[in-house]
Design a protein around this ligand. Structure first.
Ligand code: GLY
Ligand code: MN
Ligand code: MN
Length: 369
């Protein structure tokens, strides 16, 4: 008899407790990263039916062997019909009446199909079950995140060393992806952003054919996936010299980021950490040019709970891993964002990323023209 590994058992137990508190007989997990979190099975086609004493993994024939390899302790059902029609007879057999689902991760079509197929059992919307658990990272997760960050940083150093005049944004993004994979990443945690000069005022610029040249400011936002876990970093590098206006932007954004990081510890409200960054930008008259949240959780998804923004969203808790990424953007000129990944600890926080971020270290000198 196969047994689930201890970290998975603990997660399943925590989920079941929540489900039982809500008077549910089972819970259908439909988000792929939740499925991986609760079972270790990463197949693209999958759903997990979590029952009080059984875990049922529904997938299709392409993933039969993968499911047996990664999750031998669960009961796998290889579906030949929709998930709804596959799970319906099972619910009937077990006489299950109230089945929970996550409304954020079920399409309207799936919901309608399920509701009809499982009658007289009822579907009950229960958001946030896995989200609440995933907020706090366990040892396994922090270890994976550290490695995802290490890989991203190492690849960055290599690629910056290899920069040559005329390298385009797109080529730099491709080189970063290549290096991350060479170092052991499964891939990039999101489409890499490389934005030269005025493109850097677009917070989510798409790399194009702009060449990087002497005097360029280049914003790079990238991350690696390792064992499913995503890192997320941003740096702005300056080729040979720092354009004077960028110097000012950089120093204030860095000061805002430092002020925010200094204020992170358990029980501090997220909106107060956001305010620490905004207040610092306000002193420089730049707060109106900061159009996004200060940060977000990272984990199996690149953007996950919590969100650090002006909205009250509860306090920090030890074990959260979040980005801190203030940025200011001036259309037609450019932008600066500095992003690091931070683990909330019992007494404060630990910055998990180790790349230099002081202004002078951002100047790329070794550049043969
Ligand atoms: N890479 C997207 C972000 O920083 O949130
Ligand atoms: Mn980012
Ligand atoms: Mn981010």
């Amino acid at each position: 008899m196969h047994k689930a590994p201890p970290h998975i058992t603990a997660r399943l137990q925590a989920c079941r407790t929540r489900i039982q508190q809500k008077g549910l007989d089972g819970y259908l997990v439909t988000r792929r990263t939740d499925q991986y979190y609760l079972t270790g099975f990463d197949g693209e086609d999958g759903a997990v039916l979590l029952l009080p004493r059984q875990v049922i993994l529904v997938t299709d024939g392409r993933f039969k062997e993968a499911a047996a390899r990664t999750t031998p302790w669960a009961k796998a059902i290889i579906r030949e019909d929709t998930i709804a029609k596959t799970v319906a007879p099972l619910l009937k057999r077990h006489r299950l009446e109230r089945i929970g689902f996550d409304p954020d991760h079920l399409t309207v079509r799936q919901h309608a199909g399920l509701r009809k197929a499982i009658r007289p059992a009822r579907l009950v919307s229960l958001p946030g079950v896995t989200e609440q658990l995933r907020l706090i990272k366990d040892e396994t997760e922090v270890t994976a995140l550290r490695e995802a960050i290490r890989i991203a940083e190492s690849a960055f150093r290599t690629v910056i060393r290899q920069l040559r005049p005329g390298t385009t944004e797109r080529q730099l993004a491709a080189a970063l992806l290549f290096e991350m994979q060479r170092e052991g990443a499964e891939g990039a945690s999101f489409p890499i952003i490389v934005a030269e000069g005025p493109n850097s005022s677009l917070p989510h610029a798409v790399p194009g054919d702009r060449p990087i040249k002497r005097g360029s400011a280049v914003l790079i936002d990238w991350g690696a996936v390792y064992r499913g876990y995503c890192s997320d970093l941003t740096r702005v590098v300056f080729i040979h010299r720092i354009p004077p206006r960028f110097r000012r932007l950089y120093e204030h954004v860095l000061a805002a980021q430092s002020a925010a990081i200094r204020s992170i510890r358990p029980a501090v409200r997220m909106c107060d950490v956001y305010a620490a960054a905004v207040d610092r930008l306000k002193q420089a008259g730049m707060d109106r040019h900061f159009p996004h949240g200060l940060g977000h959780g990272i984990g199996l998804d690149i953007h996950e709970a919590p969100r650090i923004s002006r909205r009250p969203a509860g306090p920090f808790q030890a074990g959260m891993v979040v980005t801190v990424e203030p940025g200011v953007y001036y259309p037609g000129f450019g932008g600066v964002r500095i992003e690091d990944d931070v683990l909330v600890t019992n007494s404060g926080c630990e910055i998990l990323s180790h790349l230099e971020r002081d202004l002078e270290s951002m100047v790329v000198e070794a550049w043969s023209t």
